[in-house]
Design a protein around this ligand. Structure first.
Ligand SMILES: [Zn+2]
Ligand SMILES: [Zn+2]
Length: 343
């Protein structure tokens, strides 16, 4: 079969420099698979890359939340065939370093990722190692594009191990917050109270299973104390805002777990009272990227335990990626949740 030799792709050549170009289409080498992209999600990481953070290697085709149809299979690939609908795990690791050999591949000293340091999914085609390809059967490919962000959330849940029938408090109801909320509810948490300034996002949180969705205000800590006088079993956030993160321990019950989920600026610092952590037996956890958790994400998506269709607010062609990345300057992007690029 004749394979496409060129393709349209969104190419970053430096910070804030992005254009849609006709470039050479990648070809699958041995052990690799080429995917015709159906949908790629835009996420906070792409905004960071656009701003020149996260060590991008230019020129870069960003996009790491990818689903599509396999259209070329390299030599020595088993289990994946042309025509298979798939989602991709973007994390590429060496398999031989200290961390890889101890089962912590996502801390690989040679860590790279599709759409971050290798060509990603804001293009018509993307090539990935066959080991990063997960078949999704008849799942809608826009839904399958959530396999990566939900896989990250699943890793966070594995780290957290929420106590059964627990009460959780979550700050932030953007797309990741709402995935985290649903994943907690599917993993033993009995109820989630959400704090979120945006009205539409609070409404969506309620629609997707939040017990309460509160607007932050000056008396918030009093309101939360009245709601749960002994504190919450799980306290987490999907904001990355240092002010929010600094306030988390005060809401945890003795023995409670605190998960820092949002990505804070790398130079941010918050004050922690070690005495408070000691006196109340608190656990503070972090969660980075994903580690073999795409299958769990796909099970949640296939079973409907995690709903993503209500999170998709925009579908844009490759040429309009810039609008998604500069959403603050585009009134049409107001109230946006998840933006998908559909080549
Ligand atoms: Zn992402
Ligand atoms: Zn490694």
């Amino acid at each position: 079969m004749l394979k496409a030799e060129t393709m349209r792709a969104s190419v970053m050549s430096g910070p804030y420099a992005l254009e849609t170009l006709e470039v050479r289409a990648p070809q699958a080498s041995a052990g690799e698979v080429r995917v015709k992209v159906a949908a790629t999600g835009v996420c906070g990481t792409d905004l960071h890359l656009y701003g020149g953070h996260f060590d991008p290697i230019y020129p870069l085709i960003p996009g790491h939340e990818i689903a599509g149809i396999v259209d070329q299979v390299g030599a020595g690939v088993f289990d994946v065939n042309e025509g298979d609908a798939v989602a991709l795990d973007p994390v590429i690791t060496c398999g031989t370093c200290h961390h890889c050999q101890r089962g912590m591949r996502h801390h690989c000293v040679r860590f790279s990722a599709l759409g971050v340091s290798k060509a990603g999914g804001f293009a018509e085609y993307v090539v990935a190692p066959a080991t990063n390809v997960y078949k999704v059967g008849s799942m809608n490919l826009e839904v399958a594009a959530f396999a990566e962000p939900l896989g990250c959330v699943a890793w966070g849940i594995k780290r957290l191990q929420p106590p059964i029938a627990s009460k959780a408090l979550l700050f932030g109801a953007g797309p990741i917050g709402l995935l985290l909320m649903q994943a907690m509810l599917a993993s033993g948490v009995a109820e989630v109270t959400v704090v979120e300034p945006n009205f539409e996002r609070r409404q969506l949180a309620l629609q997707l299973g939040a017990k309460l969705a509160l607007e932050p205000h000056g008396e918030l800590s009093t309101e939360l104390h009245d709601l749960s006088p002994y504190g919450f079993d799980v306290v987490t956030e999907a904001t990355g805002a240092p002010k929010v993160i600094a306030a988390l321990p005060q809401y945890a019950t003795p023995g409670g777990k605190i998960l820092y989920y949002g990505v804070a600026p790398d130079d941010a610092r918050v004050e922690i009272s070690p005495y408070e952590v000691f006196r109340r037996d608190l656990t503070i956890l972090g969660s980075f990227s994903l580690l073999g958790t795409v299958p769990q994400a796909l099970e949640w998506l296939a079973s409907g335990r995690v709903q993503v269709a209500p999170l998709i607010t925009h579908r844009l062609p490759i040429e309009q990626l810039k609008i998604a990345l500069e959403y603050k300057d585009h009134p049409g992007m107001n109230g946006s949740q998840k933006v998908l690029i559909v080549p």
